[in-house]
Design a protein around this ligand. Sequence first.
Ligand code: BES
Ligand code: MN
Ligand code: ZN
Length: 497
Amino acid sequence: MEISFVKPALPGSGTIVLLVAEERGLGPLGLTVDKAAGGQLVRAMSAAAFIGKHDETLTIQAPAWFDRVLLVGLGKLDQLKPTAIETLGGTIYSQLTSAKAGSATIVAELPEDAPAGLNIATDLAQGALLRSYRFEKYRTVERPGHKSALTELTIAANHPNAARTSFGRSKAIAEGVFFTRDLVSEPANILYPESFAERVRERMTALGVTVEILGEAKLAKLGMGALLGVGQGSERETQLVVMTYNGAPKVKNKRPVAFVGKGVTFDTGGISLKPGPGMEDMKWDMAGAGAVAGLIAALAGRKAKVNAVGVIALVENMPDGKAQRPGDIVKSMSGQTIEVLNTDAEGRLALADALWYTIDRFKPQAVVDLATLTGAVIIALGGEFAGLFANDDTLAEQLLAAGLESGEKLWRLPMADAYDRQIDSDAADMKNIAGDRGAGSAIGAVFLKRFVKDARWAHLDIAGVAWSKKDKPTIPKGATAFGVRLLDRFVADVFEH
Ligand code: BES
Ligand code: MN
Ligand code: ZN
């Protein structure tokens, strides 16, 4: 889909999309169309009781010289914000696709009393672009009616040059999102630790980001017994990938902000085998690592003025004659020993070494990890919020704010010494699960906390939000890339001054 920006004018054909503020009726261009169509638009609005509520739509077929007019409700003007506009862009894209429109022009005009500072043209375009993502590479036959006919989307705006420039930045972020969605969508026979690392290397090299890939020999030398134990039963070699992006080489404080991702390319549970039904979902148990890779791509793509590192632990959790057993004791890079009472609590083992390594090597200003860590967070928060744990209130507030701004929302959950005591082990420094099933997400978090020393750290449990079973305005069902837009916003707000 080609997206372009032009000055406001009525096109001579195709589909036109008009925005209608709640209870405010058509804007100037809308009234022109209505007049040319002999009042057909206003009559249709009244017949359908369309008043312009947020995300409300109405299609009028073949008025005047157009194929159709799509009216889209802006809702109440004082509630209009960037995420709400992106939602509209996504809804417009899906409506245009259902209507089989080949080209369309969105008239991005707002009434004069709309809040100042909104980038309506850019955000509509971004919403449409994000919704247009598809993962179809394994289809040898197109599904009838599934491919969008929309090849040209034109946005008519008062300042098309400014919109085009700011859309350049949005597009780089969308490319990061799509990179993540591609990675997360891949099946585990195609995307395993080495092939994942290779894809990251290719993309990052093209973007000027330094990549290091550490294999098992190197990880053993570093003492990463916790990470290596997870991959022990797999035919695939465990990898740790380090991405270094130096977008602010001249700043005084050279310490980077760091992002660490859980990249379990398939999680069978290991010897603590998961039940069969639904196990296929565990191909996306690398969504944390996928988000970190997409985030670094987004930052580099939009030339963010920040020094950032991404570290992803890539490992496959399989049952096998060589696999680790419940009760095994492993030694982590930190020196602390862990009794592995459940081989299905593997994400925390992989992250323990990845976090320690990242903090030890880079002394980051802050470190945020992303992981599909627990089923419990799905029970607590479902698909609406990711769980946030942090050892620093300022960092937590910054992340919560970025969540609201980006629409990738977080909800803070507690870490407490009482949870921490539950992972003390009789046989080693700690065990990887607690004795009972309560507060499973917090138990995962306090386990990780033992590997972050005094770094400012936050943990995002994204198990509930990494994959969507249904279409959402800016997310076709499937991999969401949760975390990319959130952390891009976080970096822009906190580290790019
Ligand atoms: N990858 C899973 C968590 C998960 C479950 C992610 C469902 C997405 C959807 C994780 O490795 C896991 O198995 N966690 C266990 C921990 C338990 C053994 C303490 C869980 O949540 O059941
Ligand atoms: Mn598991
Ligand atoms: Zn897992």
